[in-house]
Design a protein. Structure first.
Length: 599
């Protein structure tokens, strides 16, 4: 250990007020909580989350230098950085919003309000109900109007006849899929690159590099806007939505439970995945961001506050969306269940279709897509920080000089290149595949392993003692039993029942072929493969100099090294005084060389 590091560990804080001068700390608590609000993803996507949040934040603050998952190999967040980085390379929420907002910003551009030159034959500005009424009265739907079939000479009109309305598309639907995406007919056809989307993706990564170039201090300030601007927009949209006819019908539909759905395992699986997606435990982001806190930060209070605010935000966002959907159902004369959609269709088809029917549609379009851009960019910043910090902690020599910035640029370039596949004409199908597999059920598995590792291997009582040192008081034993029994059993049950109730991936009512789900499964496995791979590497490495039994070797590898613990010496000394078997040396039966020396 260098002299400056030793001095920092002995004296506490440096001149900047940081306890950890190597990695730095948040300037203020608001910086940390703002980033956490960014991680609470609720754009388009309930049980055990606070347990995982407290685990991740507490252990990352306690060992602010590094987190040892298997002996000492893992840096902070590496097990979560894998699924996080996989998803990071396909950031498209903000990317796909930029073409929308640029068109609506220009008042003379009609955008997706009407069927433009990009429209297909199925594009129609009228509703399916109106077309059915036309046919009921012996009319013919022609050039977006109902004409009398007996009084019109169709030889002078360019008409498209429909046997039904199943193939009709709204202008926003046709615009999104034909103009923005130019989508292919399936995942088997990737098609060419949409250079407009490539430019937007490049811009997003340039902004990420600018925000993170100076480290955690500047990124903490950058997220003030990206974290709180969406709340302002949501409030404006809610006030406007509540003044629209049919809004209350949408809200009543939203708040009315459908009890029959609770008997489906898929619903519980989706709920668990949504919570993991929304609050981001097991992504690595929580561990990474919390590791920049000072030692005595109240992780328990942070976990409770963010969990509650995330739930409130989800309900709040639901009110906004369904007030608009209720209005849409009123205008389209359709049941709400037929109007409501999910996935990218809600953000880029249904909602844009609604705002075209509002006064000052350009204003509402700009606000909505600006919100999506800030949400996507904020999430991208937080996830890029996870990958960047993980590599810096694994290779500390990269912190010197401009190496830190160069590493950030390399990460951005790699993710940009990988993300090009999502900018292709078939990129939406790949996006749907990644959304279903990249970091969904693999997160449940990682969460289960975390609970087992902390509660059973490291020891729940020992971990509560660690938290007691940081908080000044010992948390309730309810946490211990939750970590040991409730969370692992619940997560395992959800995984099993979801596997039994498996449904093939589909997009826009088009089911993917079996090989696509096979590729998705491989993507899922790649997210969790680091856990067994690192374990096997450590067993092979230590087995060469270990003379005991295999189980003794596993027990030895499950113990933390002497370097595990707080960064500052004063905190390490306090923890050792509390006992509980902390950092007790493990007697290792080593093999002997020919001269009798142990190795």
């Amino acid at each position: 250990m260098s002299n400056d590091k030793t001095s920092a560990m002995s004296n506490g804080s440096d001149s900047s007020g940081d306890e950890n001068h190597e990695r730095g700390n948040w300037s203020r608590k608001l910086d940390f909580r703002s980033v956490l609000f960014i991680l609470c993803r609720w754009t388009w996507k309930c049980v055990e989350v606070s347990l995982c949040l407290l685990q991740e934040w507490s252990r990352s603050i306690f060992d602010s230098i590094r987190y040892y998952a298997v002996h000492h190999w893992y840096p902070p967040g590496v097990h979560g950085a894998v699924p996080g980085s996989v998803r990071q390379c396909r950031s498209r929420e903000g990317v796909e919003s930029i073409p929308h907002i640029s068109r609506r910003w220009l008042g003379h551009v009609r955008g997706w309000a009407e069927c433009g030159e990009w429209a297909t034959e199925a594009c129609s500005t009228e509703t399916k109900v109106q077309i059915l009424k036309c046919k009921r009265y012996n009319g013919t739907w022609c050039d977006n109007q109902c004409v009398n079939a007996t009084a019109v000479d169709f030889s002078y009109m360019n008409c498209t006849f429909y046997n039904g309305t199943s193939k009709l598309k709204s202008p926003s639907d046709d615009y999104f899929h034909q103009s923005v995406l130019d989508i292919t007919d399936g995942i088997h056809t990737i098609g060419g690159i949409k250079w407009e989307l490539v430019g937007c993706l490049l811009l997003a990564w340039v902004l990420v590099c600018i925000c993170l170039a100076k480290g955690i201090k500047t990124s903490g300030k950058a997220v003030y806007f990206t974290a709180f601007f969406p709340y302002v927009v949501l409030l404006i949209l809610l006030i406007r939505g509540l003044t629209l006819p049919g809004a209350m019908n949408g809200i009543v539909y939203y708040l009315t439970p459908q009890w029959d759905k609770l008997g489906r395992a898929q619903v519980w699986g989706d709920a668990a995945v949504q919570i993991f997606f929304s609050l981001s435990p097991c992504w690595g982001g929580l561990i990474t961001l919390a590791s920049y806190n000072k030692f005595n930060n109240n992780a328990l209070m942070d976990a409770i506050i963010v969990s509650v605010l995330d739930s409130v935000t989800s309900v709040f966002a639901g009110l906004v969306i369904f007030s608009i959907i209720g209005y849409m159902a009123e205008v389209l004369e359709q049941p709400i269940k037929d109007v409501a959609t999910e996935g990218a269709g809600l953000a880029f088809v249904a909602y844009p279709d609604v705002v075209t029917k509002l006064p000052l549609s350009q204003l509402w379009s700009v606000l909505f897509f600006a919100m999506l851009i800030t949400l996507g960019l904020g999430t991208q910043i937080a996830t890029a920080t996870t990958v960047h910090t993980t590599l810096l902690d694994q290779f500390p020599q990269c912190r010197k000089g401009y190496r830190k910035t160069i590493l950030l640029v390399v990460i951005a370039v790699v993710c940009f290149l990988i993300g090009l596949i999502f900018c292709s004409q078939g990129g939406m199908y790949m996006l749907q595949l990644f959304d279903n597999y990249a970091a969904t059920y693999s997160l449940l598995f990682i969460g289960m392993i975390e609970c087992i590792g902390i509660a059973w291997v490291y020891g729940a009582d020992r971990f509560l003692t660690d938290i007691e040192l940081m908080l000044g008081s010992r948390p309730s034993n309810i946490w211990k039993y939750s970590w040991k029994f409730v969370a692992p059993v619940a997560l395992l049950a959800i995984l099993l029942f979801t596997a039994i109730d498996f449904n093939p991936t589909e997009y826009n009512k088009m089911k993917f072929p079996g090989w696509a789900d096979g590729v998705g499964s491989l993507i899922s496995i790649s997210s969790i493969s680091m856990i067994p791979i690192v374990a096997i590497i450590m067993v092979i490495r230590e087995r060469r100099k270990f003379s005991g039994t295999f189980m003794e070797l596993i027990k030895y590898l499950s113990k933390p090294l002497d370097t595990w613990g707080p960064y500052l010496k004063e905190h390490r000394a306090q923890r050792q005084m509390m006992g509980d078997g902390y950092n007790q040396e493990c007697q290792i039966p080593l093999k002997e060389q020919g001269d009798g020396q142990k190795v």
